[in-house]
Design a protein around this ligand. Structure first.
Ligand code: 26Q
Length: 811
């Protein structure tokens, strides 16, 4: 049969305009005269999406034809943000779309702001997954992202009298024009029930509860539309939406039970990053999306290649942290029980297919599940885990090098107290590659959590330092700097960020510095407008914008920044005659809803801001602001407006950081510790262009081991003593003088995160920053060199390393 071909989509502005009106009329059912801005946005997205679809199908066909290997990135989180600008710039249609909408009397920049942020993630790990998706498409790697289509992503943060209040964010309210619902792509997901034994290896699991996982696909466009990959997110559906039997019995609520249980599975993102909640629903979510993704992967593999044993040559499955680690057991179950392989063959295939990325060493963030819960929810998987464990422990004992305590540490089951399944160990033993996300983090992995497993399997741990996509984090968020840079670097920087290096040659050039500074100033003017609009505070855009934006956590030490701000405030009041560098100290970030101290730190930032901003004695030199509801879109405004980037975590605790890279690429100087990727940033930027302070990871470990006494350190620092006294005595909380008593007592008594230990060094570094600010040509030269030397931190480089060294999909 000869099918008619679809009409090729033109990118001529007149054609685009006609198509937009077409979508408005036939898809949305509205006349241009009554269309709301949201309608225009939807129509525009549909038109852009059409331009993506052809490349998408072509990419899919080409991978099929080449019989190539595909990469599967399994992640509980994809922190995408808005997609409109991403798609339009990567299709190189910005000018055309502006013109087309202009003809219709609609402003692209205006409707773009209406697109909701897809916030299906907490922070760094979720945003990394989004940068990786864009980079995999840009460097032409056939890849699928797999995750959950949460109905409610990250909560919206409001401030009520300076306290964080969490509200549900309804990003799907107006529908999601980017996605395609795939009603035909659905898989059964089971929980509970019992196992029927067939023979030694092969079993049949009879789950008690069953649901559908239904696929929703979003195209991810690579740079210059080189390739378009798929982000496939699963929504849970009831198999029996209305149990008529129960309904007819008169049990009307009971008849809907299945629907409600299904809806819960893909309802909401767990809004905790480093402090996991060990709830059954979380484990159910993890299994739900792991199982659906693996069934989909095996179906695609069998449809094309017909032979399950070639899976490792045709599929690379990357686990984004332990959240999908149950995949190790689920892949084993599918290979043994469904594809009838023996245990040994299945284990070999599993290990050769799966790889695992670790994002944290914090003990409280390492996932583990109580054995009884695991057994009840996933009885067959529990059985397989015991069998895997027996094999691993046998291998460990066979070496003759480990004592009983070491073997117990390698076990997949933690036997101290309540027995728990260790998801990190499960992911480690089921993977051929385990990678850390910065050089320091990877070394610490080898020395701490995975010390003995690393000894047993010494070739598995490797490093893949994180990166960021320069398309979103330079070109789109900072077109001024992008365009200025291109005058010097040429046009290749978006596909080769190393070419930014050419900016080094003009770092000292006065005329260039002036233009560079003017762009920064324009970005600051824009942010000043946002600050005034959101919280009604006027700030001076000529002051230094000093920014710390990230999840609120004690290890990230927003508290140290606030205490130093109080100390600075005190100093300015005591010595008003000194030439203080005018500063605007900006904070933003969300706290996990159950994290008491993190929420108190937000309140403290707001309390300090209230007092400082009202003080006429410091009004010309210091302002403090906490901006509510930090998200990807707000980051896109704050990052290009920063002069100073705060990356001040306790050394050894921030696995990598990626915000640090975004700021430096946009010409901010970093004040930071030797933690995570800061270490490598210093190597690339040059130690003379970054302000490093504080204890090293080794020194932190040593201090903790040898007994650290914060009280002595505090007593030896008059500045710190005074600032802490002011905070704990209620200077910033006169209506509730004890509000911060416990918070400060925590610093005095234990100070696990070494705020006191690093304080003087941090304060001194801040005064060095003031000194550099006073010499503007020097500051500008440093800022330009920062932007020039960030090439290594492109996520294209990171992804190429994954592609070569883990996935074996590029040479
Ligand atoms: C686990 C169980 C239950 C509930 C929640 C969680 C959970 C969710 C999210 C645990 C951890 C996370 C997120 C961790 C994260 O974002 N880590 C960051 O990853 C970045 C990318 O590698 C690094 O740059 C950061 O240093 C690291 O903190």
């Amino acid at each position: 049969m000869n099918l008619p071909s679809p009409t090729p989509k033109s990118s001529d502005p007149a054609r685009l305009a006609a198509d937009i009106v077409d979508r408005l009329t036939y898809r949305i059912g509205k006349d241009a005269t009554v269309a709301t801005p949201d309608d225009w946005l939807t129509a525009a997205v549909l038109v852009v999406r059409d331009r993506v679809v052809e490349r998408w199908m072509e990419s899919t066909r080409e991978t099929y034809r080449r019989e190539g290997k595909r990469v599967y990135y399994l992640s509980m989180e994809f922190l995408i943000g808005r997609l409109m600008r991403d798609a339009v710039t990567n299709l190189e249609l910005v000018g055309e779309m502006q013109e087309a909408l202009g003809e219709l009397g609609v402003e692209l920049d205006l409707i773009r702001e209406l697109e909701p942020d897809a916030a299906l993630g907490n922070g760094g790990l979720g945003r990394l997954a989004a940068c990786f998706m864009e980079s995999m498409a840009s460097v032409d790697i056939p890849a699928y992202g797999y995750g959950i289509r949460y109905q409610n992503g990250m909560f919206r943060q409001e401030l009520s009298d300076g306290w964080q209040v969490e509200l549900p964010e309804t990003w799907l309210e107006h529908g999601n024009p980017w996605e395609f619902e795939r009603r035909e792509s659905r898989y059964e997901i089971g929980f509970g029930g019992h196992i029927e034994r067939d023979d030694a290896d092969n079993c049949t699991w009879k789950p008690a509860e069953r649901f559908w996982a239904e696929a929703f696909d979003t195209p991810i466009v690579g740079w210059k539309a080189k390739r378009v990959n798929t982000l496939r997110l699963w929504r849970a559906e009831p198999i029996d939406p209305l149990e008529l039997e129960a309904f007819n019995r008169g049990d009307h609520m009971g008849a809907l039970q299945d629907s409600m249980k299904a809806e819960a599975l893909s309802r909401v993102l767990y809004p905790a990053d480093a402090t996991p909640a060990g709830q059954a629903l979380r484990l159910r979510q993890e299994f739900f999306f792991s199982s659906a993704s693996l069934q989909d992967i095996l179906r695609r593999h069998m449809a094309q290649f017909g032979r399950i044993t070639s899976l490792p040559e045709k599929a690379a499955i990357q686990l984004n942290d332990t959240h999908p680690a149950v995949s190790v057991a689920e892949l084993m179950r599918l290979l043994i029980d469904v594809h009838n392989l023996d245990f040994d063959t299945a284990w070999d295939i599993t290990k050769r297919t799966i790889a695992y990325t670790n994002h944290t060493l914090l003990p409280e963030a390492l996932e583990s599940w109580p054995v009884p819960l695991f057994e009840q929810l996933l009885p067959r998987h529990m059985q397989l885990i015991y069998k895997i464990n027996a094999r691993v422990l046998r291998e460990a004992r066979a070496t003759g090098t480990f004592d009983d305590a070491q073997v117990a540490g390698m076990s997949l089951i933690d036997e101290h107290g309540e027995r728990r399944v260790r998801m990190g160990n499960l992911a480690f033993v089921g993977a051929h590659s385990i990678n850390g996300v910065s050089g320091l983090h990877t070394e610490l992995m080898k020395e701490t959590v995975f010390k003995d497993l690393h000894k047993l399997y010494p070739l598995r741990i490797n490093n893949k330092t994180n990166g960021i996509t320069p398309r979103r984090w330079l070109m789109q968020c900072n077109p001024g700097l992008y365009n200025l840079s291109r005058e010097v670097t040429g046009d290749s920087i978006m596909s080769d960020l190393d070419a930014m290096k050419a900016l080094d040659t003009v770092a000292e050039d006065a005329a260039f510095q002036e233009r560079f500074a003017a762009i920064k100033r324009a970005n600051k003017d824009r942010l000043a407008g946002v600050i005034e609009k959101r919280i009604g505070l006027k700030v001076d855009p000529s002051a230094m914008f000093d920014i710390q934006i990230k999840r609120i956590h004690e290890y990230k030490r927003q508290l140290m920044n606030i205490v130093e701000t109080v100390a600075l405030y005190d100093q300015i009041r005591s010595h008003p005659e000194r030439a203080w560098a005018p500063r605007v100290k900006l904070f933003a970030g969300k706290a996990a809803s159950s994290y008491h101290n993190a929420k108190l730190i937000i309140k403290l930032a707001n309390d300090v801001a209230r007092v400082v901003n009202a003080d006429p004695a410091t009004r010309d030199v210091l302002k403090v602001a906490f901006l509510p509801n930090y998200n990807v879109s707000l980051a896109e405004v704050m990052v290009p407006a920063a002069d100073l980037s705060e990356q001040i975590s306790t050394a050894g605790m921030e696995a990598s950081g990626t915000g640090n890279m975004k700021f430096a690429l946009n010409g901010a100087l970093t004040i930071g510790t030797l933690d995570g990727a800061n270490v490598e940033m210093r190597e690339h930027i040059g130690a003379e262009n970054i302000i490093i302070f504080g204890l090293t990871a080794a020194e932190v470990a040593e201090k903790r081991a040898n007994g650290y006494s914060p009280e002595e350190v505090i007593a030896a620092s008059p500045e710190l003593s005074q600032a802490l006294k002011a905070i704990e005595s209620g200077v910033f909380s006169p209506e509730d003088r004890n509000r911060y008593a416990d918070l400060v007592a925590g610093l005095r008594m234990s100070d696990w995160f070494m705020v006191a230990a690093d304080f003087d060094s941090y304060a001194a570094a801040q005064r060095d920053v003031d000194g550099i600010w006073a010499e503007q040509p020097r500051w500008q030269a440093m800022a330009i060199r920062n932007a020039a030397r960030m090439g290594y931190f492109s996520s294209d480089r990171t992804i190429r390393q994954y592609g070569r060294e883990i996935w074996n999909v590029i040479n």
